[in-house]
Design a protein around this ligand. Sequence first.
Ligand code: GLU
Length: 271
Amino acid sequence: MTKNNERYKIVNKVKRIVIKIGTNVLTSSGHRLDTSLMEHLCLQVCWLMEKGKQVIIVTSGAIGAGMQILGWKKRPTKMAKLQAAASVGQSRLMRFYERIFREEGYNVGQVLLTRDIFESKKGRKNALATLETLLTYKIIPVINENDAVAFEEIRFGDNDQLSAMVVELIGADMLVLLTDVNGLFDADPKHNGKVNFISEVRKITQKHITIAREGTPSKLGSGGMESKILAMKKVLELGCYGIIANGKKPWIIKDIFLGKKEGTIFIPEGK
Ligand code: GLU
């Protein structure tokens, strides 16, 4: 790895970064919150902060954590049960983020959003002012959807879309989606023997969307690869960079921001 490589130049110049951590990253063996992995990821976020970057976390895992606490083995299908699980899990989740970052000298600010906030001018202005103020005071915003009360009409549905909307709202330079696969392949690696890794995408085509759609849906999270690609499409349209990478790999955030060729990078046209 040299400081002349393109990846290094990109990650070096981005300042405001949204990092979304998926349910499949945060939970191990199905339902348990993997707190040592969470800690490892948070320490890398602190490393980025020390480098002068601004980091906004979008976290999933509330429903998964709630299921763990309540002893529910299967993801409920009834909305009220999902919301109850999210309500229980969200506070557990925040307790960990709060403790880990506090030990490193950082405060966190929980921000729970619903789609309608983004749809009104006043809602956007208000959410933006809160986020900007948190960043001014070097407080790490930890965002999730307000699952406990969000009903169908105001739901994002998954945090991939939510994080792309956050990128737009706060004018971030890069979106990092951390999931449990290494990035984008030319076929679903869970079902095909030999697949090729795609390390760079400059334009999202129908082919990318089709491959992603055929991928295995997640049992715990609600996103899947298709929604990640659609989030990246939005990010590219905004002229921002994106990376889909494996959040389970040790030192993944550090490696990405050292310019190592981790994950699939999305580079907007003309950059
Ligand atoms: N907001 C959901 C949660 O915290 C996750 C949505 C998603 O999987 O993207 O459980």
